[in-house]
Structures are given as structure tokens and as C-alpha cells.
Design a protein around this ligand. Structure first.
Ligand code: GDP
Length: 297
């Protein structure tokens, strides 16, 4: 794990004589460090390569500013390029919840933090936007998952759809829709079943539910610590189901945030929220600036 790329970059430049402009060789030397750092942060190789090229083009020949060292200058160029790559055109915090009751479909692998994130977002909608939210668990394979959502609902004061044994996910989704309409809810959230790996059954189930619910948002929850795997999962879910955004969980962990950079670059899907812990308030909208800082260290 690299320690503080910013310092390492500055170090590289401090060894070089100060010239009037950043030379191609200086920039190349520095970008070698950046490349290693990106790979250590689990950014995929093609994404790292493309990123490096972009920065190289920008940095070479740039006049050295008097007020900062060449090292600091390259750090800034890298930082800005990271922010640029991470920034999308969707306002990350805005969930589309017009035309009530608005369905939000939550998908992802088992253990990614899907149920926790469903409850965190419900709490957020309730507290920040004053929305009435109904949550429903569609995880018929794991009764414990249904109970988990019910317990979280009680904890945060958000209603959950009563559990009816033996119902299939599509039937539950339909009941949630009816209940949300009758009960005057603004939003209903469908927490689909997860599995350890993507398989045909998982995708089919999510697709069937999507077809009956016609969700305004389909949020994919992925574990930010799984790096490149998270990106592969996102690519597959998006191909097969179509997602409107990604929630990266466990960003409170040791990961350097490389998954975020690859996610945006590979899938083109916006990261909407990041999970920062187990508590119900531990979620924030995605801030490119913060992740860029984290990748730089
Ligand atoms: P699901 O199987 O995808 O529904 O996963 P869960 O919501 O049950 O979460 C699995 C575990 O991850 C639980 O212990 C959660 O408390 C934990 N978890 C979820 N999100 C985060 C996060 O952002 N940070 C940390 N540290 N733990 C999380």
C-alpha cells in the first residue's frame, strides 16, 4: 500500500533542478509513481494507462508556477484530472422520486451492504426530504434478510411491507406497489435478493421485478473494498438489468478508492452515494474531490 502519493511526487521533483517548464522527462518520472499508486489503489490497468496519458499531455510543457514547487504542481494536475474522471453529469445526491409512489430498486451481491444501504437511504429521504418511505424485502431465499430489513425499519422509524410467507419476489413487488399507492407513500424501496456470485437466477429475478415495478432508480450496491471485482459486477448488472447509479459501500475501510475511478471510467455509471460505516447515518453523497484526495493519499 503506498503511503502518500503527494509526498512521493513532491520528492521526485525536489530532486530535479527547477526549470522554467515541466519537461517531458520530469513528468514521465512523476507519472511512473502515479501509475504505481493507481494500480496499488486497485484501479484497472487500462484505466490507469489512459489516465496517465491524459495527465501527461496536460502537464508537459506547462510553465512552472512560481508560488508552488513543480512537485506540487503535478500533484494538482493529477488531482484535477482525478476529479474530472470521477465527475459525472448526474447530480449525485438527487434520487428521482417524482410522481409518487416512486419505486427504487436495490440490487447487488449478497454481503455488499444492500439491505443496510436501503435503510440508510430510506432514513435520509425521510429526514432530509420529508418523504414517506415504504421498504420491502424481496429476499425469499433468506428469511433472515427480510427480518433484518424489518428490524432496521423499526430502528429508523420507516415502515416495511408486512412479511407474507411463500410469496415470490414479483408478487411482493406488486404488493409493495399497491400498498405504497394506497398508503400514500412517496417512495417504495425494493430490496432484492443477493447472491454470492452473479448467476442467471439472480439476474432473472431482478429483471422480473424491474419489469413489474418500472423503477425510477435502480441502484447497484457494491463493496468498495473489492476493487476491480466491484467494477466487473457493475458492468454485468448494468448490461443485464440496467442501473441508474452505484452505491460504493465500505469506503470507511482501508481501500484507496481505486474502484471509484475504474467504476466511472469503465461503466460510465455515476457513483451516487458512498457507505461509510455500519450505522444508519453512515452514508454520504459521492464527492469526487474527496475520493481524489484519498487516491492521492
Ligand atoms: P446485503 O447482504 O448486501 O444486504 O448486506 P448487508 O446490508 O446485510 O451488509 C453486510 C454487512 O456489511 C453488515 O454487517 C453491514 O453492517 C455492513 N456494512 C454495510 N455497509 C457498510 C459500510 O459502508 N461500511 C461498513 N464498514 N460496513 C458496512
Amino acid at each position: 500500500m503506498f503511503e502518500n502519493l503527494s509526498e512521493r511526487l513532491s520528492g521526485v521533483f525536489d530532486r530535479l533542478t527547477k526549470q522554467g517548464a515541466l519537461s517531458e522527462d520530469d513528468v514521465k518520472t512523476a507519472l511512473r509513481e502515479v501509475r504505481v499508486a493507481l494500480l496499488e489503489a486497485d484501479v484497472s490497468l487500462p484505466v490507469a494507462r489512459e489516465f496517465i496519458k491524459k495527465v501527461q499531455d496536460q502537464a508537459t510543457g506547462q510553465a512552472v508556477t512560481k508560488s508552488i514547487t513543480p512537485g506540487q504542481q503535478v500533484v494538482k494536475i493529477v488531482h484535477d484530472a482525478l476529479v474530472d474522471t470521477l465527475t459525472g453529469d448526474v447530480d449525485p445526491g438527487e434520487l428521482k422520486i417524482d410522481n409518487p409512489p416512486a419505486p427504487i430498486l436495490m440490487v447487488g451481491l449478497q454481503g455488499s451492504g444492500k439491505t443496510t444501504t436501503t435503510a440508510k437511504l430510506a432514513k435520509r429521504l425521510k429526514e432530509r426530504e420529508n418523504k414517506r418511505v415504504l421498504m420491502a424485502s424481496l429476499d425469499v431465499n433468506r428469511p433472515a434478510a427480510m427480518e433484518q430489513l424489518e428490524i432496521l425499519g423499526r430502528q429508523i422509524g420507516v415502515d416495511t411491507l408486512p412479511i407474507v410467507k411463500g410469496e415470490d419476489p414479483v408478487a411482493i413487488a406488486k404488493r409493495a406497489k399497491t400498498q405504497a399507492a394506497l398508503g400514500g407513500y412517496d417512495v417504495y424501496m425494493l430490496d432484492t435478493a443477493g447472491r454470492l456470485h452473479i448467476d442467471q437466477e439472480l439476474i432473472q429475478q431482478a429483471a422480473d421485478v424491474r419489469d413489474v415495478a418500472n423503477p425510477r432508480e435502480t441502484l447497484l450496491v457494491v463493496d468498495g473494498l473489492t476493487g476491480q471485482d466491484a467494477v466487473n459486477v457493475a458492468t454485468e448488472f448494468d448490461d443485464k438489468i440496467g442501473v441508474s447509479g452505484v452505491v460504493l459501500t465500505r469506503m470507511d475501510g482501508d481501500g484507496r478508492g481505486g474502484a471509484a475511478l475504474s467504476m466511472r471510467a469503465v461503466t460510465g455509471k455515476p457513483i451516487r452515494f458512498v457507505g461509510l460505516g455500519e450505522k444508519m447515518d453512515a452514508i454520504e453523497t459521492f464527492e469526487p474531490d474527496r475520493i481524489a484526495g484519498r487516491i492521492l493519499g
